[in-house]
Design a protein around this ligand. Structure first.
Ligand code: SF4
Length: 212
């Protein structure tokens, strides 16, 4: 199947509609020549409303970590963004709920083989690390991130850049000192020689998707 066809199917997905408080609105970005793949958690409300991945303060911080401008970040032919859950899952007592469990098992095995030119996969947060590292994870996210080099050249685990993790970042200065330079170096290698082209895949305009 062509990537474009698959993305149309994903955008029409209603598998877990009954569990989504704002209704389905799959938000992802992918081009068949993408070199960098970002696997995050699930959209927040602002991302759901705009239909643009990482279009929030977490995304601002992630782009700062990557030292990447929005133009590059949203070029689907360079950067693919495929979270563990494509739709906003709702809110629980401790913040946004986890990605819907139906989503990644349904769609990731179909989309990943079509991203043949990916050189580096950023695993942002515990759900992405559980999904892609499984038993290779260390005892907790902190130790998995601290040992990020062990998962190269394919994977690089990161904490979630949410403002809720501000304390974690303060407690672990080694992340900015050692992991961010590594991240920027590996991203530069992954994107080296990547042709710059207009994004062929963009989320459906938010105005087409009324909130419930
Ligand atoms: S979260 Fe995933 S499985 Fe559920 S409706 Fe959205 S795209 Fe479909």
């Amino acid at each position: 199947m062509k990537l474009e066809t698959l993305l149309k199917r994903i955008r029409a997905c209603r598998i877990c509609e009954a569990h989504l408080p704002l209704g389905p609105n799959p938000v992802l970005q992918a081009g068949e020549h993408a070199r960098l793949l970002i696997v995050g958690q699930a959209p927040g409300v602002k991302v759901h409303d705009t239909g643009i991945p990482w279009n929030d303060v977490s995304g601002d911080r992630l782009r700062a970590w990557l030292a990447m401008d929005r133009e590059t970040f949203y070029d689907a032919q360079r950067v693919a963004i495929v979270p563990m859950g494509f739709c906003y899952p709702g809110r629980g007592r401790g913040g946004d709920l986890p990605p819907r469990p139906e989503c990644a098992p349904t769609w990731h095995p179909q989309i990943m083989p079509l991203l043949k030119e990916v050189r580096l996969v950023l695993l942002v947060g515990q759900y992405a690390q559980a999904g892609y590292l499984g038993k290779l994870r260390r005892e907790n996210l902190t130790e998995t991130v601290r040992n990020a080099r062990d998962y190269l050249p394919r994977y690089l685990p990161l904490p979630h850049p949410s403002p809720r993790n501000q304390m974690w970042l303060r407690r672990h200065p080694w992340f900015e000192q050692a992991i961010l330079p590594l991240l920027r170096e590996r991203v530069a290698v992954a994107l080296a020689d990547a042709p710059v082209s207009p994004a062929i895949v963009s989320p459906a305009p938010a105005r087409d998707r009324p909130r419930r």
